[in-house]
Design a protein around this ligand. Structure first.
Ligand code: SAH
Ligand code: SF4
Length: 355
């Protein structure tokens, strides 16, 4: 039997467990501090707990939800961490230093790109994460544990988070929200909610649900096509939630949240980079008062898509700007280390014959 991971427990759940063990409730705070503030990697390091309690903890829980398996990149550059899960599967997180202000957060921060699922069911045609299909949701400990592990490995504080790694976070809504409570909680990781951004391929009902949820958070939408014709070609999810329905959900977001929306748009040569698309994209962005992040496509082994010439990317950006839309052009960091989501994990799992 696999023991549950201790970092997946909320403060209330730790208190409940302690009560069942006839342990005093003040131990909750001590345990939380060892996990989330001091970031220890063994129960033995929890020196202010009696040895008997440490033994009970070790017999009941795992201290970490993931095992660090590999790091690509180095300090001062984008670093990618590959983690092994208890069932032998892999996920990855990417630590991006001094990221410019892409999602409205302060600039010069260390941003961690976090995975939410093993694989992805949405099958976008350009994406490595979708290539091998969907395996399972990550639980709260595996999601929040990526931040903890990244801080342990790098020895640096993570300032902001983007849920842009492997998987569709909105399709794992409950675990995602539980992880966000651990990430933002004062007794746990205590990262400001305004430094968290969820990225979604456009699950309209979940966007509405999050809009109606009290959790403060930023939202980015993977738009990647301004019309149904173009978007459906590369994102099957568009057949279920076409552009008009997505826009309705985003309007609803604006009616309940003050956080400004971001539209992400990867530029793929000859697929969605026509300047006509830029004009239509501009009208969508204006309607919902969103900014646009343009990302030249990051090539994926085994896929034929290419990024357009940088001059053409700039022309696309200029078209948006001419319509009065704020548009940034993000030249992907970490192009050389398989930084597009899902690539490193796919390599590892292919090598091990898992996929
Ligand atoms: N499933 C969510 C979040 C994970 S993907 C979503 O789709 O939004 C995070 C972002 O990476 C998305 O905008 C996705 O479209 C983009 N992406 C996927 N593959 C890419 C690639 N090869 N190059 C550049 N961006 C890519
Ligand atoms: Fe899934 Fe997002 Fe990749 Fe689409 S882009 S396959 S939704 S991870």
């Amino acid at each position: 039997m696999i023991l549950p991971a201790l970092p997946g427990l909320s403060p209330e759940e730790i208190s409940e467990w302690l009560a069942t063990q006839n342990e005093p409730s003040f131990r909750t705070k001590q345990i939380l501090e060892w996990i989330w503030k001091k970031k220890v990697t063994s129960f033995d390091e929890m020196t202010n707990l009696p040895a008997a309690l440490r033994e009970k903890l070790a017999a009941s829980f795992r201290l970490t939800a993931l095992t660090h398996s590999k790091t690509q990149g180095s300090e001062d550059t984008t670093r990618k961490f590959l983690f092994k899960l208890h069932d032998g599967r892999y996920i990855e997180s990417v630590l991006i230093p001094a990221n410019p202000a892409l999602y409205g957060e302060k600039s010069d921060r260390r941003t961690l790109c976090v995975s939410s699922q093993v694989g992805c069911a949405y099958g976008c045609k350009f994406c490595a994460s979708g290539l091998a299909g969907f395996t399972r949701n990550l639980d709260a400990a595996e999601i929040a544990g990526q931040v903890l592990a990244a801080e342990q490995i790098s020895g640096e504080r993570v300032d902001s988070l983007v849920f842009m790694g492997m998987g569709e976070p909105m399709a794992n809504f409950n675990n995602l929200m539980a992880a966000i409570r651990l990430i933002t909680g004062a007794e746990t990781l205590h990262l400001g909610a305004r430094h968290l951004t969820i990225s979604t391929s456009g699950l309209a009902p979940q966007i509405r649900k999050l809009a109606d949820h009290p959790q403060q958070i930023r939202l980015a939408i993977s738009f990647h096509g301004a019309t149904d014709e173009v978007r459906s070609q590369i994102m099957p999810v568009n057949k279920k939630y076409p552009v008009a329905e997505l826009m309705d959900a985003l309007n609803h977001w604006n009616s309940t949240k003050k956080q400004k929306l971001t539209l992400e748009y990867i530029l793929i040569q000859g697929v969605n980079d026509d300047l006509e698309q830029a004009k239509i994209l501009a009208s969508h962005a204006k309607r919902i008062n969103a900014k646009v992040n343009l990302i030249p496509y990051n090539t994926v082994e085994g896929l034929e898509w290419k990024r357009p010439a940088i001059s053409h990317c700039r022309a696309f950006q200029e078209t948006l700007k001419n319509f009065g839309v704020t548009a940034t052009l993000r030249i992907e960091k970490g192009h050389d280390i398989d930084a597009a989501c899902g690539q490193l994990r796919l390599k590892q799992e292919t090598a091990e014959g898992i996929v």
